[in-house]
Ligand binder design. Structure first.
Ligand SMILES: Cc1cc2nc3c(=O)[nH]c(=O)nc-3n(C[C@H](O)[C@H](O)[C@H](O)COP(=O)(O)OP(=O)(O)OC[C@H]3O[C@@H](n4cnc5c(N)ncnc54)[C@H](O)[C@@H]3O)c2cc1C
Length: 250
């Protein structure tokens, strides 16, 4: 039986488009920080399941997920209504390309997220292996409106407690301290300047990307053309990517 029935233990609404929730964790469920797993709801006796990044750390006693609400989405139009005690079905086989095994050790590790693409980085920013193999971890989260900055207070507290973790929220459609897209800040060098760090250099630094497929595409083109190597079946490079969702064109 690849799916196990888990109970929702809390739900947090963030914006009209995003919410997060925690569930119980199956005793035999193991994963690497940064991986995703398929989760679903039983609707009319049929399992409707989608890929979700694990936002909780792999040593937590619960599971946590950050979700989009697509108004006519087959899963999320129902998932948005879940409450404590409801059942969610969790697949037993997590996987993904955003783990500590997917980047070489180095100086600064840049994590660039848009929207719900933040989720895998919630489990990764305090990952003990990444913290041991990189001097600084820089998490840039870009959203359209301020309420979409999910987990902002938690991240600010973690950054305060761990000076080698830098958290950079940016908001593109409302007044905010930084209103540029994280990927533009990275490419122009403004991000490193803002943080007082040397410009990103493929010889010393690494990057992980998760979010909008267009952001991933643009950043991949940019990084490859400036000397960075994508981790793939041919070997471990200095950047790795995961799309936070797939664009369906119907
Ligand atoms: C590897 C992977 C990891 C994923 N992790 C997450 C996650 O942690 N959280 C999450 O909310 N979703 C995540 N997704 C997307 C998720 O699998 C579903 O697509 C999403 O939950 C919507 O499901 P749905 O059935 O309601 O609509 P779907 O029919 O699946 O999607 C409808 C449309 O909504 C848009 N869309 C879907 N997901 C998103 C999103 N996250 N942000 C913006 N637009 C979106 C796309 O245009 C898509 O074509 C992930 C997808 C992949 C491939």
């Amino acid at each position: 039986m690849p799916y196990s029935e888990q109970q929702v233990t809390s739900v947090t609404p963030w914006s009209d488009k995003t919410f997060s929730f925690t569930t119980t964790r199956p005793a035999d469920f193991h994963f690497e920080n940064g991986e995703f797993v398929t989760i679903g709801l039983r609707l009319d006796n049929k399992l409707v399941a989608r890929a979700y990044s694990l936002a909780s750390a792999n040593d937590a006693d619960h599971l946590e997920f950050l979700s989009i609400h697509v108004p006519d989405g087959p899963l999320t139009s129902h998932l948005v209504h879940i409450r404590e005690g409801d059942s969610v079905w969790v697949n037993s086989k997590p996987t993904g390309s955003l783990t500590h095994r997917h980047v070489r050790p180095g100086r600064n590790l840049y994590m660039l997220a848009t929207g719900t693409g933040l989720a895998p980085f919630m489990s990764l920013v305090l990952d003990p292996t990444l913290r041991a193999t990189h001097e600084n971890i820089i998490l840039v989260h870009t959203v359209r409106t301020t309420p979409e900055l999910a987990y902002r207070e938690r991240l600010e507290a973690w950054a305060k407690a761990h000076p080698r973790l830098r958290y950079v929220p940016t908001v593109t459609r409302e007044p905010f301290e930084l209103t540029a897209r994280g990927s533009d800040l990275f490419r122009s060098g403004a991000l490193a300047a803002h943080l007082g760090l040397p410009a990103p250099d493929p010889e010393y630094d690494s990057a992980m990307l998760c979010g909008n497929p267009d952001m991933i595409r643009e950043m991949t083109v940019h990084l490859k053309s400036t000397g960075w190597t994508l981790t793939n079946h041919q070997g471990i490079g200095n950047f790795t990517v995961e799309k936070a969702f797939v664009l369906h064109t119907t």
